[in-house]
Ligand binder design. Structure first.
Ligand code: FE2
Length: 272
């Protein structure tokens, strides 16, 4: 059994007493997997991970994802994205609510971020439960949204970056259900986000814009959130299928440095 401390009523737990660099026992692996499904995001403190160790931990949960347009990756480790901000940064990744790479046809199921350096204060990450966002909608709105699909377009967020598949290659773009059924828990969640979702396919442009704006604002309700204050060696492991997150950049010109591995997911679907 893991020792866990809940972060908020909506989602998140801090997990104690586990070294992610170690060979997990089958029981430990199962406990972490179950905790993720139940709590949507897990936090670990005081970890020391080499790139190989972080990848090995991620690989226990699935194949590792290669980002379509990363700002930077580690040399010889294309699966490890470098998350860095300092006094030379003009923007950072993830300042808008999003689910990672939801523009992929098969968006990543989870992400594991390890921070090695943190600013003296600030640089928290906010997480929001999309189960809670879904469940808080009225029955009428849920009925209206069920069965609708939306376009998630990478070019909106990744503009200015180069797609990894070559200069002529386009950023990913995909159509996903607005309400998504989690393939493991069977629970439904809201699956549109301000970073990537551009259009609800079955509505007029005006209708789509208005409904999406309403949903994006709905997602930002603090009652659906938890907020994680990083320390050096902290790890966050979140389920992209039922959460969104936002990185705060309130620490300029200080430095924040970390590494992310991302686990492949499957094609979103909706089951009433
Ligand atoms: Fe992100």
């Amino acid at each position: 059994m893991l020792s866990i401390k809940r972060s908020s009523p909506a989602l998140g737990v801090e997990v104690e007493g586990i070294d992610l660099a170690s060979q997990l026992t089958p029981d430990q692996f199962e406990a972490i997997r179950t905790a993720l499904l139940e709590n949507q995001v897990l936090f670990f403190r005081d970890q020391v991970l080499t790139p190989d160790e972080q990848k090995a931990f991620g690989l226990k949960f699935g194949k590792l994802h290669i980002h379509p347009a990363p700002l930077g990756v580690l040399q010889r480790h294309p699966e490890v994205i470098v998350i860095k901000a300092d006094e030379t940064s003009s923007r950072i990744a993830g300042e808008t609510w999003h689910s990672d790479v939801s523009c992929d046809a098969e968006p990543p199921m989870a992400s594991i971020l390890y921070l090695a350096e943190v600013p003296p204060i600030g640089g928290d990450t906010l997480f929001a439960s999309m189960y809670a966002a879904h469940d808080a909608l009225s029955d009428s709105m849920r009925r209206f949204l069920s069965g609708l699909t939306a376009i998630h377009d990478g070019s909106r967020n990744y503009e200015g970056r180069r797609p990894v598949s070559g200069p002529d290659h386009e950023f990913p773009r995909a159509e996903h259900p607005v309400i998504r059924t989690h393939p493991e828990t069977g629970r439904n969640s809201l699956f549109v986000n301000r970073m990537f979702t551009t259009r609800i396919v079955q509505l007029s442009e005006h209708e789509s814009g208005t409904i999406l704006e309403m949903l994006f604002r709905h997602v930002e309700n603090p009652a659906f959130q938890c907020r994680f204050a990083w320390k050096p060696g902290s790890v966050a492991f979140w389920d992209n299928r039922c959460t969104q997150h936002l990185a705060l950049w309130d620490y300029f010109p200080h430095r924040r440095l970390g590494y992310r591995v991302t686990i492949c997911g499957d094609q979103p679907f909706y089951r009433p």
